[in-house]
Design a protein around this ligand. Structure first.
Ligand code: THU
Length: 137
């Protein structure tokens, strides 16, 4: 998937995120979330939140997205769009920014309420695999 994404590609990402949001299992929060992403080979991936009666065990939508990426062949994410129950752009929680960082890296694009940004912009000075290599005793 070449960068920058075309408007049409972004629209497909948004539509896929909304579709995924419609399949969310969120009976406890009543806050369905959907997310979609493109892998570097152009694969279209998605995820939705899946809650649990043991609240803390619930899975964010981004967990499903990363699972979809790995399950369907790996690679890395080049673009992501996360939406709330109205289909509006939603910023990933802190934990999920870290998940996206691992599988998308600094240059991965993400839609925010302020427009398109990179993961480096929404997770500045991120901790990642490089730090493990550099900081090992
Ligand atoms: N949620 C996500 O799926 N992704 C986020 O980045 C933020 C929060 C979910 C978790 C929970 O099921 C619901 O939204 C309310 O917090």
């Amino acid at each position: 998937m070449p960068a920058p994404l075309t408007d049409k590609a972004w629209q497909q990402l948004h539509a896929t995120a909304v579709e995924a949001m419609g399949r969310a299992y969120a009976p406890y929060s009543s806050f369905p979330v959907g997310v979609a992403g493109y892998a570097d080979d152009g694969r279209l991936l998605s995820g939705c939140n899946v809650e649990n009666a043991s609240y803390a065990v619930g899975l964010c939508a981004e967990c499903g997205l990363i699972s979809d990426l790995v399950r369907t062949g790996g690679g890395h994410l080049v673009a992501v769009w996360c939406v709330d129950g109205r289909g509006e752009t939603l910023m990933p929680c802190g934990r999920c920014r870290q998940l996206l960082w691992e599988h998308g890296g600094a240059q991965c694009r993400i839609q925010t309420p302020e427009g398109e940004r990179s993961l480096a912009q929404i997770l500045p000075q991120a901790f990642g695999a490089d730090d493990l290599r550099k900081g090992a005793p």
